[in-house]
Design a protein around this ligand. Structure first.
Ligand SMILES: [Zn+2]
Length: 831
C-alpha cells in the first residue's frame, strides 16, 4: 500500500511541475540559487532537464574531462531556429568564408556564446548560467522571448568541471553551519592547488589557441564549427573589486578592428544601464588587456567575434558571504545577480543589433581574404624537422588555418632566425602559409615575428611567434605565394621489416622519438645512444641517435617489438648490418652507452607552482606515456630517495629545503632536475657549482639612490625590470647530452630576469645568453642589460650523480613545443 501511495505522490508531483511549466533552477535543485554551491553533476542534470523539456533548446555534448565529468553546451533559440540549427551553422561559416554551405538563409540569427566558470574556483558564474538559461527558455518571460527570434545563444554552463568540483568540495567540507563572512576563516582559504586549474593544473584560459588540454580541444573544436559573433568569458576577481566588463583596457593588439572596439562600447553601455539602475559598482577600460591570443576574449576576437571578459568580485575567497574592505558584505547571491544581469543584457544588445553584427562579421572575414593584416603575405616554414612541422600542421588544423606545400622556386624574405632579408630556395616539402584567407588575423597574430605592443604594461606574455616556439626555420614574404598542394607527399612506410639486422638506429630530434624511447624502455628493450656523431657506410647519424643492438637484447621477440613500436610512433629506423663505424665510434665502443630506464619522482604540493608541476605531470602521462611518481614536498623527509633515479623540482618557493639530504642522494648517483625558482635553493650553496649573477655596478648604485620618481609613474618604473614573457636566443652546446637533437641554438621564452653566472668547477654551460640574444617581446631596459650574458641551462657532476639546472621553463603551457626535447634530454640523456 505504502509503495502505491508513494508512486501516486510522485506522479502527482510531475504533473504539477508540467502544469506550472519549466522548473527554475531553484525549483529543480530545491534550494534558492546563492544559498549553497551546486555540484557540477547537478548543473549538468539541470541543463539536460531543460533541454529535454523545451523545443527551444538543443544539448550538444563535446567530451568529458580527465576526471570523467561531462562537457556540454546548450543551444537556445526560437523553436524555428533550433529546428534548422545545422543550416544556421553552415550559413554562419559561409559568412566567414569557411564553408560551401547555404549562401542565403532568411532571417539568419546572430550567435552569442556564453562561457561560464573556466576558472573552477570562480564559481558564481555557473550558478548564474543556470538562471540565464532558464530565463531565456521560459515561455512566460516577456523580456527574453523576442530576442530568440534573431539570436541563437550558446550556453556552456561550466568549462572546467574538475576545477569547479575541487573548489565546491573544499568549500562544502570546510564551511561553518552558517557562512562565516570573516575573510580570515578557513572557508575562505582554499588549499593547494586550488580549483582555478583543470586536473593537470593547466589554466584553461591560457589554452584557447594551443588546445593542449582535452577540455579545450573539445570546446574550441566545437567553437570553430560555429564561430559566433559575440563571446563572453565569465570570471571572478578579488572580492574587494567591483564588477569589470567591456570595453577592455589597452594594450589592444593592432589588428583588433574599429568595429570590435566600438561594439564593446555598445555592449558595455547596455550592461552599465542595468548596473546603474540597481546601484551596483563597476569599472571598464582597466587591467584586462587584449593581446595574448589564448584567452577567452582575445581568441574569439582574432576569430572575428566580439570577445569579452566579465569579472565579478569574489573568487575562491568569496565563499557564500564575505566582508569587504568597505565593511559591506558580498554574498554569492549578489555575485550571481551581477553575472546574470550582464548575460541577459549582452544577449539583448546582440538582438537589438543582430543585422549590423552579422554584416560586420562578414566584413571581418572578407577583409582577411582580400586584405590581410601584417607585413607578410606569405610565410614559409622549412621542413627540416618533419615531426615538428607535423605538430605545427596539427595546430593549424585545429584553428582552421589553411596551409600547403609543393612550391619550388627562389624567393626573398625575412629570415626569423637571422633577423635579415635573404634570398633562399623554397622546396616542395616546405610549408607555405598564404595570408589571404578567412583566418588571416589569427595566423598573423600567431606567426608574425614581433608582436606589436602599443603599451608594455600588459597582463601576460608578449611574444609567442610560432617558428620560435616550434624551433622551425621560417621566412616572412611580402609577396603572395599560394601553395600548390594541400598535402605533403607521403613519407616512406615507417616499419623496419628487416629482421636479423645487427642493429637499428632511430633519430633523436622530436617528441615522437621520445615517445618511441619511452615505450621501448617500458617493454624491456635495452636502448643505447651515441655520444658522438657517427657514420656507417653512406649513413650519417647525429649524437644522441637511439641505437638498438641485437646484442644485449637476446630475446625472440626483439624484432617484433621494435617493428611494432616503430610503426606505432611512425619511426623510420635505419637497419645496420655491422657495428663497424666508418667515422666516429663503433657500436660496441664505450662512447655508446646504455640509456637506463629511470624511476622518476616529481615534487608537488604547497610551495610548488601548480602550473609548472602540472606541465611536467601532463608531459609524462599524456604526451610521452612514461610513469612518474608524484610526491608531496611535505612528505619528502619520509620518502626513500634511493627508490628514485631522477627527482624533478618544478618552479616554486621551497621552505626548509633539505639541501644536505638531496646532496647526499645526488652524490650516491641520483639526478636532480631543478627548474625555475627551485634553482635558487642550490645557487651559492656549498657543493653546487651554480652562482648568482651580480647586477651591473651602475644598477647597484641606482638601488642605493632615493627613488624620486613621481607617484603616478610608479607603474612605469616597475616596468623597467619587467619581463612579461619575451623570446631570447640561447646559444646551445649540442655536443652535450642536454643539447642533443638541436642545432647550436634554441629559442627560449623568458618569463622573468632570472639568469646565473657561468658554471666552473666541472659544470657544463650548455645554454647561455649573449649580447645579441634578445629577439622579441617586451623587456624592460634594466632586465635587457642583465640578460645580455650568463647561464640558463647547465649540468654539473656531483659525486656519482648530477644536477641539471633549467632556469627557464621548457614546457611552458605545453605550447612551447621546441622545449620538450630539451626537457626529455634532462630526464633520459644527461648523466
Ligand atoms: Zn578567471
Amino acid at each position: 500500500m505504502k509503495k502505491l501511495y508513494t508512486l501516486f505522490i510522485c506522479l502527482s508531483c510531475i504533473c504539477t511541475a508540467f502544469a506550472q511549466g519549466l522548473q527554475s533552477p531553484a525549483e529543480f535543485l530545491s534550494y534558492p540559487l546563492g544559498s549553497q554551491y551546486t555540484y557540477h553533476y547537478r548543473i549538468a542534470e539541470y541543463v539536460k532537464y531543460v533541454a529535454q523539456n523545451s523545443k527551444k533548446v538543443k544539448l550538444v555534448p563535446y567530451g568529458t574531462t580527465n576526471e570523467g565529468r561531462p562537457l556540454m553546451v546548450a543551444f537556445v533559440g526560437s523553436e524555428e531556429n533550433i529546428a534548422r540549427l545545422e543550416d544556421i551553422r553552415q550559413h554562419n561559416l559561409h559568412l566567414a568564408g569557411l564553408s560551401s554551405g547555404p549562401a542565403t538563409l532568411s532571417n539568419a540569427p546572430a550567435i552569442v556564446w556564453l562561457s561560464y566558470n573556466v576558472h573552477g574556483n570562480e564559481p558564481s558564474s555557473s550558478e548564474a548560467g543556470m538562471q540565464t538559461l532558464y530565463d531565456l527558455v521560459n515561455p512566460n518571460n516577456s523580456r527574453t522571448q523576442p530576442w530568440l527570434k534573431n539570436t541563437v545563444i550558446v550556453i556552456d554552463p561550466c568549462l572546467n568541471p574538475d576545477g569547479r568540483d575541487r573548489y565546491v568540495n573544499f568549500y562544502n567540507q570546510n564551511r561553518g553551519l552558517l557562512p562565516d563572512p570573516n575573510a580570515s576563516s578557513r572557508e575562505h582559504a582554499e588549499p593547494w592547488p586550488g580549483g582555478r586549474v583543470n586536473h593537470y593544473y593547466f589554466d584553461l584560459n591560457r589554452d584557447w589557441a594551443w588546445q593542449t588540454q582535452k577540455e579545450v580541444q573539445g570546446r574550441v573544436g566545437l567553437y570553430n564549427q560555429w564561430l559566433p559573433q559575440i563571446h563572453v568569458d565569465f570570471h571572478e576577481q578579488g572580492f574587494n573589486n567591483p564588477y569589470y566588463f567591456a570595453p577592455a583596457a589597452e594594450p589592444f593588439h593592432k589588428d583588433i578592428t574599429p568595429w570590435q572596439r566600438e561594439f564593446q562600447n555598445v555592449i558595455g553601455r547596455n550592461n552599465a544601464k542595468y548596473f546603474d539602475q540597481n546601484g551596483w559598482l563597476y569599472f571598464t577600460k582597466e587591467v584586462f588587456d587584449l593581446l595574448y591570443p589564448s584567452y577567452g576574449d582575445t581568441y574569439p576576437i582574432y576569430n572575428g567575434s566580439i570577445g569579452m571578459t566579465y569579472e565579478q568580485g569574489g573568487g575562491p575567497a568569496g565563499g557564500l558571504a564575505v566582508t569587504m574592505r568597505s565593511g559591506d558584505t558580498l554574498t554569492l547571491a549578489d555575485r550571481i545577480a551581477h553575472h546574470h544581469s550582464n548575460g541577459l543584457s549582452t544577449v539583448e544588445t546582440a538582438s537589438n543589433n543582430a543585422q549590423k553584427v552579422l554584416d560586420e562579421y562578414k566584413k571581418y572575414f572578407d577583409n582577411g581574404r582580400t586584405n590581410p593584416p601584417g607585413a607578410y603575405k606569405t610565410y614559409i616554414i622549412k621542413n627540416e624537422n618533419p615531426d615538428k612541422l607535423a605538430k605545427l600542421a596539427e595546430l593549424f588544423d585545429r584553428n582552421q588555418i589553411k596551409y600547403g606545400y609543393g612550391v619550388n622556386r627562389s624567393v626573398n624574405g625575412y629570415n626569423y632566425f637571422t633577423g635579415k632579408n635573404e634570398n633562399y630556395t623554397v622546396n616542395s616539402a616546405d610549408m607555405v602559409v598564404n595570408a589571404y584567407q578567412p583566418k588571416a588575423v589569427l595566423l598573423t597574430v600567431l606567426l608574425e615575428p614581433k608582436t606589436f605592443i602599443a603599451d608594455s604594461n600588459t597582463y601576460d606574455i608578449t611574444a609567442w611567434s610560432l617558428p620560435y616556439a616550434y624551433g622551425l626555420k621560417a621566412y616572412g614574404l611580402t609577396e603572395s605565394i599560394k601553395p600548390v598542394s594541400s598535402t605533403l607527399a607521403a613519407a616512406q612506410a615507417a616499419s623496419v621489416g628487416n629482421g636479423g639486422s645487427y642493429a637499428y638506429v632511430c633519430t633523436w630530434q622530436s617528441v615522437q622519438d621520445v615517445k618511441f624511447l619511452a615505450a621501448l624502455l617500458q617493454k624491456g628493450i635495452k636502448v643505447r645512444n651515441a655520444s658522438l656523431p657517427f657514420e656507417v657506410g653512406t649513413k650519417k647519424f647525429t649524437a644522441g641517435s637511439l641505437i638498438l643492438t641485437r646484442a644485449g637484447n637476446n630475446r625472440a621477440d626483439f624484432d617484433k617489438i621494435v617493428d611494432e613500436t616503430a610503426a606505432k610512433f611512425e619511426r623510420k629506423l635505419t637497419p645496420l648490418s655491422t657495428g663497424f663505424a666508418d667515422k666516429g665510434a663503433d657500436l660496441g665502443s664505450s662512447a655508446v652507452g646504455y640509456i637506463t630506464k629511470p624511476r622518476v619522482m616529481l615534487v608537488s604540493g604547497d610551495g610548488v607552482s601548480a602550473n609548472d608541476m602540472g606541465e611536467v605531470w601532463h608531459f609524462f602521462e599524456q604526451q610521452i606515456g612514461y610513469p612518474i611518481s608524484v610526491i608531496r614536498y611535505q612528505d619528502l623527509s619520509r620518502v626513500k630517495l634511493s627508490d628514485f633515479d631522477v627527482a624533478i623540482f618544478p618552479d616554486g618557493r621551497y621552505a626548509n629545503f633539505p639541501l644536505e639530504r638531496i646532496q647526499n642522494w645526488v652524490s650516491d648517483g641520483g639526478k636532480l632536475i631543478a627548474m625555475g625558482g627551485a634553482i635558487s635553493q642550490l645557487a651559492d650553496k656549498k657543493g653546487f657549482a651554480l652562482k648568482s649573477k651580480e647586477d651591473a655596478k651602475d644598477d647597484k648604485a641606482a638601488k642605493k639612490s632615493p627613488d624620486l620618481a613621481p607617484y603616478d609613474s610608479r607603474d612605469r618604473e616597475s616596468i623597467r625590470s619587467n619581463v612579461p614573457g619575451a623570446i631570447f636566443k640561447v646559444y646551445l652546446d649540442n655536443t652535450h647530452p642536454l643539447g642533443y637533437g638541436y642545432p647550436a641554438y634554441y629559442y627560449t621564452l623568458k618569463l622573468g630576469d632570472d639568469i646565473y653566472d657561468y658554471l666552473d668547477n666541472g659544470g657544463v654551460n650548455v645554454g647561455v645568453l649573449k649580447k645579441d640574444s634578445y629577439v622579441s617581446g617586451f623587456v624592460g631596459q634594466k632586465a635587457k642589460t642583465r640578460l645580455s650574458a650568463g647561464l640558463l641551462f647547465g649540468v654539473q657532476s656531483l659525486g656519482r650523480g648530477s644536477v641539471v639546472y633549467l632556469t627557464d621553463d621548457p614546457l611552458f603551457r605545453s605550447f612551447w613545443e621546441n622545449g620538450k626535447l630539451l626537457f626529455s634530454n634532462a630526464v633520459f640523456m644527461t648523466n
